[in-house]
Design a protein around this ligand. Structure first.
Ligand SMILES: C[S@@+](CC[C@H](N)C(=O)[O-])C[C@H]1O[C@@H](n2cnc3c(N)ncnc32)[C@H](O)[C@@H]1O
Length: 563
């Protein structure tokens, strides 16, 4: 007998996509049964561990793509990073606006995208805070950025939970804040004190207390400095960033429990259509029962020392994951240097850290006796990093980036993360920049571009095998490889070389594989503007590819054409 619907006992075809344990006859019954099912559905449990605190552990085997968790945030708001100039987020929708010239909120005078922005009246967004922000009855003409500090709004929204959603506030206060590392003598304490606590108190909470005295009614019970510092710690340690056309940070009731790994086994997407930035977490790699469910708090394309330093400074722990412990970073060589040897000639070896978890480790060559101090390596890598950043920010030409790459390759392993970043930019200039347009670019440059794409793919697959963190990077590389191959193929075809060039079929097969793989890699990237754009490009390319193959009656399954 087939499965029966959990709601009506009739034959059922549909299964709960998260736990796959319950069946339904249709969407309606799945929806009505959710109240009963939701407490049983989740494929994980919360455990506690002395090294990492609370964490999520799988209670059954999960396959890539399986949904682990879907939930809406406890609170969301503009990302709390201070800006001294330039665009600021609208408190209604968090989209970036030019505060100096934008409209103003009718309730509190904060710069907004439009006075009719729906988020301004939404009590889960600006609606509630507007009442407090409106207590200041002066407006600013100059010094806009100090006067309207959007970076303090998320903390204010957290504090406001105590009035409208006391349970959520209690849940929030359960989160790790690492106050032991953010004490009164720390830089972060001074920063939060000035940027958030002083600002909120002098501008809004002081008038609020006067109002409370007059009316005898408490607007907000606890706005102590201690609580403000704790809330800011909680935001810094636990908030997730949402990049959907806007600068949003949000705190989730369960998702925050995912621990960090530089080889994370989940990916997450945000559904901006739902009112409140629903998050969906999926398995990106096979996860076995008992495995920890992990995400990545830092940048996948940074080397081990940079990632570990970032995690220590912002999340207050030293990462000891599989990738951090391995001097080759899972065989990617993302931090490796070329050994310059003892004489003038490089010895052909590779410099790697002797102990990747020791921040002052010596580096040693795998071929000769040369050793480098960690200081020497950091100095070199930082200097190169500055140069790469400067060139990347200057809207470089292909020639400039090519020259930079040649220079980098004197000192760095070809897979080094600085070279990766330059190559990733280059593949997006070959074929697009004047002098390198599809009609102008030489065959040699196309072959070079395709080779770079293959090198980048090999590295990306090692550090992000489940496309958990770099789907857009990978999607771009695969699509650019397709484009480079396709120009080469069409040129050869037009020259009438179709019966002689054996590589054409091989290249066409690679094109097809690239497009199919890109579709898979981007399947969850439909909510971000960049993801949507790339998905559209790939769909167009797929149509063009199929047309080319059909028009020329090419059988991709036949034996390679022999030269
Ligand atoms: C977002 S919270 C995760 C939940 C947290 N473990 C708790 O008990 O509330 C981030 C904090 O968890 C801990 N943590 C997360 N991943 C870790 C890891 N790989 N190693 C050590 N500590 C980790 C650190 O204290 C970090 O600041």
């Amino acid at each position: 007998m087939g499965d029966l619907c959990a709601e009506c006992n009739q034959p059922a075809e549909l299964k709960c996509s998260a736990c796959k344990l319950v069946s339904y006859c249709g969407k309606d019954h799945q929806k009505s049964h959710w109240k009963t099912h939701k407490t049983l559905c989740r494929p994980f449990e919360v455990q506690e561990n002395k090294d990492i605190g609370k964490c999520l552990v799988a209670t059954r085997d999960l396959s890539p793509g399986d949904v682990i968790l879907t939930e809406v945030p406890l609170v969301m708001g503009p990302r709390p990073h201070m800006v001294e100039e330039g665009p600021v987020p609208c408190p209604g929708c968090c989209r970036l606006i030019i505060g100096e010239t934008s409209g103003r909120c009718e309730g509190c005078d904060f710069p907004v995208c439009h006075p009719g922005c729906p988020g301004l009246k939404d009590m889960e967004k600006h609606g509630h805070e507007c009442v407090v922000l409106g207590l200041r009855d002066v407006t600013a003409i100059n010094g806009l950025h100090e006067f309207y500090r959007q970076d303090a709004l998320l903390a204010l929204r957290c504090l406001l939970l105590q009035k409208r959603h006391p349970k959520r506030f209690a849940q929030l206060l359960e989160m790790e804040s690492h106050m032991e590392r953010r004490g009164p003598n720390s830089d972060i304490y001074r920063d939060v004190d000035e940027r958030v606590a002083d600002y909120l108190h002098s501008n809004f909470f002081d008038p609020m207390r006067i109002l409370e005295g007059r009316t005898g009614q408490k607007v907000l019970p606890d706005v102590s400095r201690e609580t403000i510092h704790k809330v800011c710690g909680i935001i810094d340690v636990n908030a997730l960033e949402i990049n959907q056309n806007a600068e949003v940070s949000a705190l989730y009731p369960t998702a925050y429990l995912m621990e960090h790994s530089c080889l994370s086994n989940t990916s997450h997407t945000f559904d901006s259509e739902s009112n409140g930035y629903k998050i969906t977490i999926r398995a990106a790699l096979p996860i076995k029962k008992g495995d920890h469910i992990t995400t990545m708090y830092t940048h996948a394309l940074w080397g081990t020392q940079a990632r570990r330093e970032h995690l220590r400074e912002t999340k207050y722990f030293s990462c000891k994951c599989q990738r951090c412990v391995d001097p080759t970073e899972l065989g990617s060589y993302l931090s490796a240097l070329k050994c310059m040897g003892t004489s003038d000639e490089p010895c052909g070896g590779v410099q790697l850290p002797l102990d990747a978890l020791d921040d002052s480790t010596e580096w040693a060559c795998n071929q000769c006796e040369v050793r480098l101090s960690n200081h020497e390596v950091s100095f070199l890598v930082n200097q190169i990093g500055e140069e790469v950043d400067n060139v990347q920010l200057s809207n470089p030409t292909v020639r400039e980036l090519d020259a930079l790459l040649t220079k980098l390759q004197t000192f760095l392993h070809p897979n080094h993360y600085h070279s990766y970043s330059v190559k990733h930019s280059l593949i997006q200039l070959y074929g697009y920049q004047q002098g390198y347009m599809p009609s102008q670019i030489t065959d040699d440059c196309l072959v070079k571009k395709a080779t770079m794409c293959r090198e980048l793919l090999e590295i990306t697959r090692k550090i992000d095998p489940g496309n958990a963190r770099l789907p857009l990077y990978t999607g771009v590389i695969l699509h650019e490889l397709y484009l480079a191959n396709m120009i080469l193929i069409k040129r050869k075809w037009d020259l009438g070389m179709k019966t002689r060039v054996k590589s054409i079929i091989t290249l066409l097969r690679e094109c097809k594989k690239c497009l199919e793989e890109t579709k898979g890699v981007l399947k969850n990237e439909t909510t971000t503007p960049a993801g949507k754009k790339l998905n559209d490009l790939v769909n167009t390319s797929f149509k063009e590819f199929c047309k080319f193959v059909e028009r020329n009656k090419i059988d991709l399954n036949r034996e390679e054409i022999k030269e």
